[in-house]
Design a protein around this ligand. Structure first.
Ligand code: FRU
Length: 497
């Protein structure tokens, strides 16, 4: 297939494979100056199948190099290489090292299809002694089995207190995760179960478990369990929730006050799934970073892109904020994205009285950009910004005073006939502070990511607007409002290939 990164709907500052199908991020690990992004990949087609680990690398989390398939589908044994994680085994606990650089060990799910058509899942290892370029499957696979055909998505990290490897892994149909510990990544000791809890309307997948400082205070740390759910999430189809609590060395104990208000959704949009965090981030850069699959199982196989399908979200740093005895997860776009900003446009005190103002004469328009708006809703019913606009379509991002919601509305955003429920509006409850709300959003050729009040709420949505829809306008309905500040930057494309 001809690939030029200017196909209709090709993301300009989000990772996408050159060709073929992609789903979950896998094996996110930092090593020796390089961020590795492995991912679920079908090397043979543009729909889900022949699951393998695709691979890309970056030194800045913004520009990506496409690499060869890292762990291929096992043809002989019909072994799908399902989701999992990767660690740098600094002490060579696994013995896979050859005395040179520490091995990178991938812990993934083997999805076996038996002769009678039934399937089974178990956890397996593959290791790299060339810095993550090539992997060898461990001959002792699988290393962990359990009496349930759905048992997947092992997420392993080094646990300082235990001095051992800690795995969290999903029992999807039981709405549970399990914790295991190991000294060598090969032999695993069962520790505990967690769940069912919170939202259980769909199967549980792709757990992640990590510690975060509360309000950036390193003296006060909490554990976060993040788990994906499909279907039945907040915006329909696939989405994710998180739990905040303590780790006692054996079990995860969620805070009671936190559970009283469960479920807590990670993202209020349709298209943020299977996010996992990078392992082995250097200590001086003690951020927790993750990326999610920007798609939804409701329609993932049908979205109108070719010769590739799917994209990753922008990488985000994750933080924990305390509020009223509880906690909320905060996500911020990685700082390094700022390098893509072209010349800014700034506007102040735009008064809107039941009207829509075209911003293109101010120099605000385009298909790939970042924008920050600060809104005083006044007595307007709703106020906000239309993006990717033409006469007959627009995606609307704004604040609704009647419902006290920030919303992203794609009911008339472009192509939608590939899925019946695609035309929808996503709301997230927001409290105004001093009568204002701040919304930062990233618009690409086929997505919007909306960060509310510095990332305390997020809406991530795919859209498929006409490539000619480049208008941006500001509106207030049902009264008067002021947009006190607008900052706008066109964003440069990351693709030079
Ligand atoms: C989540 C998921 C995982 C599984 C993978 C298979 O999107 O269903 O649970 O490992 O995709 O591709």
């Amino acid at each position: 297939a001809q690939v030029n990164f200017s196909e209709p709907y090709r993301p300009q500052f989000h990772y996408s494979p050159k060709i073929n199908w992609m789903n979950d991020p896998n094996g996110l690990v930092y090593n020796d100056g390089v961020y590795h992004l492995f991912h679920q990949y079908n090397p043979f087609g543009n729909r889900w199948g022949y699951m393998s680990w695709g691979h890309a690398t970056s030194t800045d989390l913004v520009h990506w190099d496409h690499k060869a398939v890292a762990i291929p589908y096992g043809k002989e044994e019909e072994e799908g290489i399902f989701s999992g994680s990767a660690v740098v085994d600094h002490q060579n606990t696994s013995g896979f090292g050859d005395g040179g650089d520490p091995p990178i060990v991938a812990i993934y799910t083997s999805h076996y299809t038996r002769e009678d058509g039934s399937t089974d899942q178990a956890q397996s290892l593959a290791y790299s002694i060339d810095g993550g370029q090539t992997f060898t499957k461990f001959e002792g696979n699988p290393v962990l089995e359990f009496d349930d055909p759905d048992f997947r998505d092992p997420n392993v990290s080094w646990n300082e207190e235990m001095g051992r490897w800690l795995m969290v892994v999903a029992l999807p149909t039981q709405h549970k995760v399990q914790f295991y510990a190991s000294d060598n990544l090969k032999d695993w000791e069962y520790l505990s179960d967690f769940g069912p809890a919170g939202a259980t309307g769909g199967i549980w997948e792709c757990p992640d478990f990590f510690r975060l400082p509360v309000d950036d205070n390193p003296e006060n740390q909490k554990w976060v369990l993040h788990v994906d759910m499909n279907p039945g999430s907040v915006a329909g189809g696939s989405g994710s929730q998180y739990f905040v609590g303590e780790w006692d060395g054996t079990s995860f104990i969620p805070d009671e006050t936190f559970m009283e208000t469960a479920p807590h959704w990670t993202d209020y949009g349709t298209d943020f799934y299977a996010a996992i965090s990078w392992n082995n981030i250097p200590e001086e850069d003690a951020r927790q970073l993750w990326v999610g699959w920007m798609n939804n199982w409701d329609y993932a196989n049908e979205i109108p892109t070719h010769p590739w399908r799917s994209a990753m979200s922008i990488p985000r740093s994750i933080h924990l904020e305390s509020n009223n005895e509880s906690y909320s997860l905060v996500q911020k776009p990685v700082e390094s994205l700022r390098q893509l900003r072209e010349d800014p446009v700034r506007l102040e005190n735009l008064d809107l009285s039941d009207e829509t103002i075209d911003l293109s004469q101010e120099g605000i328009s385009g298909k790939a950009f970042e924008m920050i708006v600060e809104i005083e809703p006044g007595d307007a019913e709703s106020v906000g910004i239309n993006v990717r606009e033409a006469e007959n379509q627009r995606t609307v991002i704004g604040y609704n005073s009647v419902n006290q919601n920030v919303f992203a509305d794609r009911t008339n955003s472009g192509e939608s006939d590939f899925f019946e429920g695609f035309e929808q509006r996503n709301d997230v409850p927001v409290h105004l502070s001093d009568g204002t709300v701040k919304i930062r959003f990233f618009v690409d050729w086929s997505s919007v990511e909306v960060f509310v009040n510095d990332g305390s709420r997020v809406i991530t949505n795919r859209i498929f607007p006409d490539p000619e829809s480049i208008g941006v306008s500001a509106f207030a309905d049902g009264g008067s409002a002021t947009i006190t500040n607008i900052e706008f930057w066109p964003l440069e494309s990351i693709w030079t290939e």
